[in-house]
Design a protein around this ligand. Structure first.
Ligand code: HEC
Ligand code: HEC
Ligand code: HEC
Ligand code: HEC
Ligand code: HEC
Length: 258
């Protein structure tokens, strides 16, 4: 049985969702687009904001739209990127380290679900954040984009001081250090990902039951019943620091009971 407060909360968020759907239907992709602009994932806007002209011409290619760094361009909608070595559904190549066992995933004696490889939606994030591929390594470039605009160097999110890494400048002296955004392929120190959520159907009493198949009413989201990077982070909503779906002190207890 559901507690009355939860039911009210559920209703409120259903109303909110209906309103949001209406807004999105009117404004199309633009409503979502606005929330990427001005964030650190807004690659086309970075130079303007930071005032660093060298970044998009040297460090990475300016593709003219911030969306293309992750999403398949509209004119290629429906393309099977996997056929081209991409991550299914996304405009990025599968990180080269995606040979079985290449990622060292979190493991412990208590972890219920052993996971061998991250799911596509988490590979999307890792394709930049594991530091093995350039941030502008997209499967498709947008229509009208010219090779002459290609960057001289295609740098990676990596704190190393070499000509392959953003760390060349982002070392804490020339520019802010990028090392903390570099997760590496060793994910054993990070929260486990791509495992089925242990709280489904009360199978595990240490975990809360989700509010619905999509996840929790505070926005914490499950993907095919799994926990992924985007479960805790929403790259489309910069309202909470580090793009979290709820404040860090409340995030954990969304799922963990103790
Ligand atoms: C850093 C990667 C990234 C960038 C850049 C990005 N997106 Fe997304 N986008 C995502 C992810 C991840 C999701 C899935 C989010 C979810 O399920 O909550 C998504 C979902 C969406 C959706 C579907 C929304 C929904 O409710 O399912 C739309 C529409 C969208 N993005 C549009 C855009 C537009 C327009 C831009 C450029 C202004 C953009 N995105 C830039 C990663 C990105
Ligand atoms: C195209 C490359 C790219 C992809 C794909 C990408 N990121 Fe990022 N991300 C970046 C860059 C660049 C930064 C900023 C690094 C810096 O601040 O030095 C960043 C920053 C972040 C931050 C810190 C934000 C802040 O305000 O400091 C989070 C959290 C994050 N990314 C999560 C994600 C998640 C989750 C996904 C997948 C849904 C993802 N990223 C996909 C490139 C990417
Ligand atoms: C030629 C030196 C240089 C290189 C190479 C470089 N950057 Fe920067 N970047 C800067 C400077 C300088 C700033 C502005 C000061 C700061 O934010 O630390 C900046 C700012 C940024 C910001 C904006 C931070 C904010 O507060 O919004 C992000 C994100 C960023 N860089 C990401 C990258 C990524 C990703 C790469 C590699 C693909 C890269 N940069 C390569 C010099 C560089
Ligand atoms: C269970 C929730 C959760 C999951 C899953 C998760 N994160 Fe995070 N992430 C956080 C929290 C909370 C922080 C804030 C810093 C901290 O406490 O470690 C964070 C911080 C970050 C940062 C910023 C580091 C900094 O301090 O600037 C990046 C980048 C990031 N996460 C990317 C990812 C990627 C990529 C994945 C998937 C491989 C992922 N996260 C999965 C909760 C999560
Ligand atoms: C979306 C739900 C969700 C959120 C939010 C979440 N976790 Fe988890 N967490 C899980 C699941 C599921 C597991 C794996 C449990 C299993 O399969 O045994 C897990 C495992 C862990 C483990 C490893 C435990 C073990 O058995 O080895 C730690 C530590 C942990 N989480 C800490 C955190 C912290 C800290 C936060 C907040 C920043 C957080 N979690 C947020 C769902 C979540």
């Amino acid at each position: 049985m559901q507690h009355p407060t939860n039911m009210r909360k559920g209703l409120r968020s259903r109303i909110a969702r209906v309103a949001l759907t209406a807004i999105l239907a009117c404004a199309g992709m633009a409503a979502v687009a606005g929330t990427i602009l001005g964030t650190k994932h807004d690659f086309t806007g970075l130079n303007k904001r930071a005032g660093v002209v060298a970044m998009p011409t040297v460090a990475f290619s300016d593709l003219g739209s911030p969306c293309i760094y992750c999403h398949i361009p509209p004119e290629r909608a429906g393309s099977d990127t996997a056929e081209l070595g991409g991550i299914p559904g996304w405009n990025r190549f599968t990180p080269s380290s995606d040979i079985p066992g290449a990622y060292n995933l979190y493991d412990s004696f208590t972890l219920d679900n052993k996971v061998r490889a991250p799911s596509p939606i988490s590979l999307l994030c890792l394709s930049c954040h594991d530091g093995t591929m350039a941030v502008d390594m997209t499967v498709f470039k947008p229509n009208g984009w010219r090779n002459s605009e290609d960057a001289a160097l295609h740098l990676r999110i990596n704190g190393a001081n070499n000509l392959m890494s953003c760390g060349k400048c982002h070392n804490g002296r020339v520019a802010h250090s990028i090392a903390i955004k570099h997760l590496d392929t060793d994910l054993t120190n990070d929260h486990p990902i791509s495992m089925t959520y242990a709280g489904l159907n009360h199978r595990d009493r240490d975990f809360r039951l989700p509010d619905g198949p999509y996840g929790f009413d505070n926005g914490v989201k499950l993907y095919d019943e799994r926990v992924e990077c985007a479960t805790c982070h929403n790259v489309h909503n910069p309202d909470i620091t580090l793009l979290l779906r709820d404040r860090a002190d409340r995030l954990c207890e969304t799922c963990h009971i103790k």
